[in-house]
Design a protein around this ligand. Structure first.
Ligand code: AHR
Length: 507
């Protein structure tokens, strides 16, 4: 029996927009993912109705758009105005032809229909700069009788879109990036861009490009240097990290390594905890050096497990598939632990974007002219999104007598990985069982429990959801779970290799 100890007096608020996702003009994310006018379920705007239904059921409110690497050479103004007049362009980041039939207005319309209320836009600070960012901001948020706001009005939208969060470019430290920059060049450009954007619209918050991975030679000195340049004028530092079972994590060199054995793979979420704590430390060092009163928050705006594509690339076609892939139960458990690492640090990580929503290392998979279904990671994120509201707090907790294991890479890995939240009417314990054996968990709450339920994702470790069997791995209710009504002490059984959502309601 493992005991979960809740430090009831140690709590912090988490933000309802904490767990977001990401739409990029990459692969088949947009075209045949969310936009396919010829699809049998298409809405009058050409949005895939089957995908909209899945996104609504997911409950995601925060969504980053339109990239990613795509943004470092894109021209936002090509994406607005009458569709027949929009130019066909080369998407050089992802080697495809961009028709611009889904652009800014379509994105906002789609977001409204999908229930997304908190869009994050990325400006091009690769090939472009301050002027362009100001024009885009004025187009999107401008409220006066001025050139770019009037263009938006002529394109059919009177009122401003009111976008609060703006990314100051994307991964400009990476050798793969169009118009890569040194940290000094980028930091200065980002500082001046953010300053000017806030002069135009003081209501916005901006996100500075941090290291694109902890496995790049310039990590974390990039973060230190760009924060030294821009600390006073930005609100967030961005973090990115994708973890692959085989690929080298050094994105400078795309080499493969021996596949992780399962216990190591399931423990790799520790890299997230470490990276978040390192970036917090760097940001706090800059705060001290600058004698600043401001605490820099973190936007973990790209994170996920990663696999290479299950589809052949079709370079320079209209929707060249990139990273369309299935996730199995092992990937799903690691994904769950990654999400828990973010939640555990929700006092500093106020935004995060699982990347990407559809068809590229996705939550949702689609076939062109065919079905849409969900990878099992979708159900993990859904179970978090459904419980995090304005009143949610993370309750700090430990498993003092929990079993641990060791691998070549990691020592003392807890078999049960968990985070507990208090929603205001229930405690919800999220727990991954990283082991093959069943685990018994006992929790003592500071209140009397009046009801509850256990929901679990479990199966064979290599199970996945396919178009033929789309519901092999979903969150299902455990029938023989019950609570001791009126008691503070409660128990649950966590099946081997499982993601668990244990809800204990109180008065
Ligand atoms: O998988 C998404 C891509 O990965 C993004 O465009 C980029 O920012 C990251 O390298």
């Amino acid at each position: 029996m493992t005991h979960l100890k809740l430090y009831d007096e140690k709590r912090f608020d988490v933000y309802p927009e904490l767990f977001g996702s990401f739409l990029e003009h990459m692969g088949t994310v947009i075209y045949t993912g969310v936009y396919e006018p010829g699809h049998p379920t298409a809405t009058k705007e050409g949005f895939r109705g089957d995908v909209l239904e899945l996104v609504k059921a997911l409950g995601v409110k925060t969504l980053r758009y339109p990239g990613g690497n795509y943004t470092s050479s894109y021209h936002w103004e090509d994406t607005v105005g009458p569709k027949p007049d929009r130019p066909r362009c080369m998407n050089i980041a992802w080697q495809s032809i961009e028709t611009n039939q889904f652009g800014l207005h379509e994105f906002f319309q789609w977001a409204k229909e999908a229930g997304v209320t908190n869009p994050i836009l990325t400006v091009n600070l690769g090939t472009r700069g301050i002027d362009d960012a100001l024009h885009e901001l004025e187009y999107v948020n401008g409220r006066y009788d001025t050139k770019w706001a009037n263009l938006r009005r002529r394109n059919g939208r009177d009122t401003p879109f009111e976008v609060k969060y703006w990314c100051l470019g994307n991964e400009l430290d990476g050798p793969w990036q169009v118009a890569r920059k040194t940290p000094e060049e980028y930091g200065r450009l980002a500082n001046e861009t953010s300053k000017a954007m806030k002069m135009l619209d003081p209501s916005i918050q901006t996100i500075l490009v941090g290291s694109s991975t902890p496995n790049i030679a310039t990590y974390p000195s990039w973060d230190f240097k760009v924060l030294m340049e821009a600390y006073d004028n930005v609100d967030f530092i961005a973090m990115h990290n994708y973890i692959d079972r085989e690929q080298s994590q050094n994105l400078d060199k795309q080499i493969t390594r021996a596949s992780d054995e399962l216990p190591t793979y399931l423990a790799r979420s520790r890299e997230f905890d470490k990276q978040i704590e390192e970036i917090e430390a760097i940001a706090d060092a800059v705060k001290a050096l600058k004698h600043s009163d401001k605490t820099m928050n973190i936007s973990f705006d790209e994170w996920n497990v990663h696999h290479f594509s299950g589809k052949e690339p079709r370079p320079w076609e209209e929707h060249n598939p990139v990273d369309w892939c299935y996730f199995d139960l092992a990937d799903t458990l690691l994904f769950g632990s990654m999400a828990l690492a973010i939640l555990r640090h929700g006092d500093r990580v106020h935004l995060s974007c699982q990347a990407l929503l559809v068809n590229t290392i996705p939550l949702i998979l689609t076939d062109e002219d065919g079905a849409a279904w969900a990878n099992p990671t979708y159900y993990v994120l859904q179970s978090l999104l459904h419980n995090i509201t304005d009143t949610t707090e993370v309750v700090e907790s430990v498993l003092p007598d929990g079993d641990v294991y060791n691998t070549n890479l990691y020592a003392d890995v807890p078999i049960i990985d968990q985070v507990t939240i208090d929603t205001g009417s229930a405690y919800v314990v999220y727990a991954v069982n990283r082991g093959l054996a069943t685990q018994n968990l006992e929790v003592e709450f500071p209140v009397k429990v009046i009801g509850g339920k256990q929901e679990t994702i479990t199966g064979n470790i290599d199970d996945m959801n396919t178009r033929e069997h789309p519901k092999t791995l979903t969150l299902h209710k455990v029938d023989d779970f019950s609570v001791n009504v009126g008691e503070m002490k409660q128990a649950a059984i966590l099946p081997g290799y499982s993601w668990n959502v244990l809800t204990f309601s109180y008065e």
